[in-house]
Design a protein around this ligand. Sequence first.
Ligand code: NAD
Length: 729
Amino acid sequence: MTDFTMTTDQDGVATIIWDVKSKSMNVMSTEAFTLLSDLVDTALADAGVKGIILTSGKKDFAGGMDLKVIAQMRACGAQAIFDSLMGIHKVMRKIERAGMDPKTQKGGKPIAAALPGTALGIGLELPLSCHRIFAADNPKAKIGLPEIMVGIFPGAGGTTRLSRKLGAMMAAPFLLEGKLVDPKSAKASGLIDEVVAPEDLMKRAKEWVLAAADADLVKPWDAKGYKMPGGAPYSAPGFPTFVGASAMVHGKTMGVYPAAQALLAAVYEGALVPFDTALKIEARHFTSVLMNPSSAAMIRSLFINKEALEKGANRPAAPDQSVKKLGVIGAGMMGAGIAYVSALAGIEVVLIDASQEAADRGKAHSEGILDKGMKRGTVTAEKKAEVLVRITATTDYAALKGADLIVEAVFEDPKVKAEVTAKVEAATGADCIYATNTSTLPISGLAGASTRPQQFIGIHFFSPVDKMNLVEIIRGEKTGDIAVAKALDFVRQIRKTPIVVNDARFFYANRCIIPYINEGIRMVAEGVEPALIENAAKLVGMPLGPLQLVDETSIDLGVKIAKATKAAMGADYPDEAVDKVLFWMADAGRMGRKSKSGFYAYDEKGDRLGLWDGLAAKYPRDKMQPSLADVQHRLLFAQVLEAVRALEDGVLTDIREGDVGAILGWGFAPWSGGPFSWLDIIGAARAVEICRGLTAQFGPRFHAPALLREMAEKGETFYTRFGGEKKAA
Ligand code: NAD
């Protein structure tokens, strides 16, 4: 183990260098932490050492704790987790106290942290236990505590130290929102102490170490008369902060994310007691969060599996297929967005529409986004020019010469799409891969218009393209491996997350989201209070209730999809009850947000005012309303059963894609880790039991799929059966 090494110079300054040789970014492991502790012991015990600098051998300091380790900790049990956290606290406290006499607070050795670049998670918690933090002036560096983003919170003392260093109010954006900042902003907000020119980083840290006085080593919370900045929670100035933060946390998380609540409790309770007791409280809350299945599921989906998919977990073996020249046909909402993200990633783009005006409008979309970035100061004039020059807006298909990938985003009409396919194939080379961004039309059908069906594939973006990170890649019946590899390499270039699914009506994401919307509308028809439907969805962690969602995506799109589905399914079509409501809304011209009227009422600017009260006149509310849990079960099972069926049907071939795709594609309750993780949390047996109840009350759409019933009988989870995880003892 050589993650940390130490050298001492002739002036008696020991430098501990963090450099995990097997990784491009330092991450902390349990063994490495023990090694660090031993090196600190050695330096503190060595009379020849005057002080210590902790730094990194890489361009960045550290990315944080190895999340794979954290995800596995739950299996160790609560006591072992708590003990290991207390062990970490002990080491950090040793660094902080640095050998000083506990009574006189004298005789310690100064320890400085010198951060050359990014310092995240434990990569900041560790410096926070040092006596002074220096950071190189590196605008690309990110400093902060992003733990909350993956369902945990800073549990290596970061919560306690930062809230005491900055006060609860100032620490809140870093702790509760995982805000990351560059070194200058980190200094301005008090996260770190000094920003220095990169070449002076070690020199300046050494100067400080050699000059530090006893008083420089005593942390504010270890000094007599310490008061929390902004006031303690029980004080008049401090109290409103906690009331506000508590309301904010509940408003944002709806109580479904255990980490945010536990974090707030750790800060509040910790502020009432001495520092060492506060660390113990932090460890207790952190243990309870890790023991909650939600945190392990979130880490697994949002970090481990997402990263694996981005690195090409399901990429067929093929040489590099990076895109050099992209053709985008159709410069409407989607095409313009695809052109922007591609040009931003350095790809040359030809953006074609039927008229020059439409093509130019599509290019102007990129200009608009870049202008906004310039106003915010995140985009320079050079960057804007560099991106825009990569986009050629034209009507001329001849400009596609040399393109190696085409993404078609014209009207959702098979005839129009077929014409475009023929025109593109006439203008491009034999190797060019052709992708359609269709959201509803089966890929294998559209590929019928192609003379090269093995090069025909679906690349389905979500709207708005520049914000939505999921891209669904759809293999048609004849799609070849090179086309899949090309699509995956393209998605990697534009830094989005891919899932690869097989062709079927609505692919994966839309297949699951449509039943969610339909279940909400069906309940309206049954007389369920619309506010109950919407709030039930939000209280279970869905970002938008089903009625708000259909307003956002538009009622007329819903009508179009319903008609097409009915035409395809004939007598088996199950959603007549839904269509009655939907078609009535469309006939009344209530098309959703875009028409400023839908299930919600809107003001002139298009801001939502509340649920439309005209709904009650047509669909009177039942006196007896269902329970919150019943409504939630209907909304969740409508989605997750469809996900299971997609797996059974072979549309999904990897449950990791099912979970990651659900969270990134339509915001499926991220706290759960995705539909398969959620089913694993409640257990297949319980899921089947709930399905039985729902089927009896509401019909066969809730019938548990055979796969789920079999898993219930065998006591399996999705991740033990399909994800290679071991069965719990
Ligand atoms: P849009 O109506 O905004 O844009 C379509 C563009 O295609 C228009 O600019 C139109 O002028 C152009 N066009 C039409 N026929 C053409 C032709 N023959 N040659 C060149 N250009 C032509 O539509 P959109 O919302 O961008 O959707 C485009 C595609 O993306 C559709 O297949 C749609 O199903 C799919 N999609 C849409 C969304 C969404 O949320 N809107 C999401 C995912 C996928």
